[in-house]
Write a protein that binds this ligand. Structure first.
Ligand SMILES: Cc1cc2nc3c(=O)[nH]c(=O)nc-3n(C[C@H](O)[C@H](O)[C@H](O)COP(=O)(O)OP(=O)(O)OC[C@H]3O[C@@H](n4cnc5c(N)ncnc54)[C@H](O)[C@@H]3O)c2cc1C
Length: 366
């Protein structure tokens, strides 16, 4: 995955430099042709068994060329990461449907169908428990989804959304706080608005989506999948890699060739140490990813995601301050990386929610 991505990087970067506002359709198509979003899957399903650490490295590398593309890719790549685990359902029937689901979604990836995340809601602050979207059984046993989502990256370009919704245990025995439902992005009852005007990440088309009784084909996995398998930590590692890639872009733009000024060289040497420390924290955490890894690992990922995104954006801000007038242009790669970096602290779990949770749960381990 990393080698194929390295080959694609120059064309991704030149498209990003030429137009950072429009959805990067050609780069997305290149990634699917190189089977990068499916890399975590087994080889017979079109993947190469890439680990969470390798996926995280790929997202960071991609973010150095196009942070928006990295954000768009982290959704299907994270989903593929979840599909790669051989987990048991609550019974044999659910385990069988899970295996069928993995094969069907892998076939969709091979056909370049884009799976996008459509979970966030206004006022929920990134909290799953605060989800207002609901799923109710229809007469024929399917689920109808109703609710308002925000910031669904890929927008109209998505083929399928995976969307959190609440469902009662009467309608889905064993249901968790929320389930992920798969919804055809162009089905009746799915209204994708055109309201994205991001500060950074301009080309992600992160629009609002209104569900009005949209029919969901299935849930991801089996009831209470999110609590039983703990897949979200995979995504959080990928999200942290995005502002880190922005910091790397800025560091390289300012540090190559090494500047004449000793004071600036000193600041850049400091920045390099901070970048390397954040990267090591992120990759060590991603390396330890396992399904159902338990609360201690979830807490570690929360600390890492909070720390890396917060410190990477601070570093980007400091490097931008150091960068001088030559980069003070809306078209400069340094200015774009600075703006894009700040999506990292907004991505789930957003910084404020992360800090609240850390404060509530603070306890030093053994
Ligand atoms: C560029 C970009 C792309 C994104 N792409 C996607 C995507 O593809 N799919 C997707 O689903 N999401 C996406 N998101 C959304 C993101 O992952 C977060 O879920 C969302 O930004 C968090 O909500 P908020 O900061 O808007 O929270 P707000 O609702 O504005 O809340 C702000 C803060 O208030 C507090 N708060 C408010 N309500 C609650 C509550 N009920 N419980 C606890 N604390 C609360 C929290 O501290 C919270 O951080 C994207 C965001 C950005 C910036």
């Amino acid at each position: 995955m990393l080698n194929s991505l390295a080959d694609l990087l120059p064309s991704i970067a030149s498209r990003e430099a030429a137009d950072s506002d429009s959805y990067p359709a050609a780069s997305v198509a290149d990634l699917y042709a190189a089977q990068i979003p499916s890399a975590p899957l087994r080889s017979e399903l079109g993947g190469e068994g890439a680990s969470c650490r390798q996926a995280t490295e790929a997202i960071e590398l991609m973010a150095t060329a196009s942070p928006s593309l990295a954000l768009l890719t982290s959704m299907p790549l994270g989903l593929a990461g979840c599909l790669a685990f051989d987990v048991e359902g609550p019974d044999a029937e659910w385990t069988r449907t899970w295996h069928e689901q993995v094969e069907a979604i892998a076939a969709d990836y091979r056909a370049a169908k884009i799976y996008a995340a459509c979970n966030s809601e206004k006022g929920a602050g990134g909290s799953l428990a605060a989800t207002k979207t609901i799923a109710t059984r229809t007469g024929d046993g399917a689920f109808a989804i109703s609710g308002e989502k925000i910031l669904a990256s890929s927008g109209e370009n998505a083929s399928v959304f995976f969307s959190t919704a609440k469902v009662t245990p009467e309608e889905l025995p064993g249901a968790g706080v929320v389930e992920f439902f798969f919804v055809d992005a162009h089905a009746p009852g799915v209204n994708i608005l055109n309201d994205w005007n991001g500060f950074g990440m301009r080309s992600t088309e992160s629009h609002s989506v209104r569900y009005e009784g949209a029919i969901a084909s299935s849930i991801l996995g089996f009831p209470d999948y999110i609590a039983r398998v703990q897949p979200l930590q995979y995504f959080f590692c990928l999200f942290a890699a995005i502002p880190l890639g922005c910091a790397r872009t800025m560091l390289e733009a300012l540090g190559k060739p090494a500047p004449q000024s000793p004071a600036v060289r000193m600041r850049l040497a400091e920045a390099q140490m901070r970048y390397e420390a954040m990267r090591a924290y992120l990759l060590e955490t991603a390396d330890a990813f396992r399904p159902a890894a338990g609360p201690a690992y979830a807490a570690r990922v929360l600390r890492m995601k909070t720390y890396v995104t917060q410190e990477a954006t601070k570093l980007c801000a400091e490097l931008f301050a150091l960068s001088g007038g030559r980069h003070y242009s809306r078209n400069s790669a340094v200015a774009r990386a600075f703006a894009d970096a700040f999506a990292g602290t907004a991505l789930r779990p957003p910084l404020a929610l992360g800090l609240e949770t850390l404060t509530e749960q603070f306890e030093l381990g053994e």
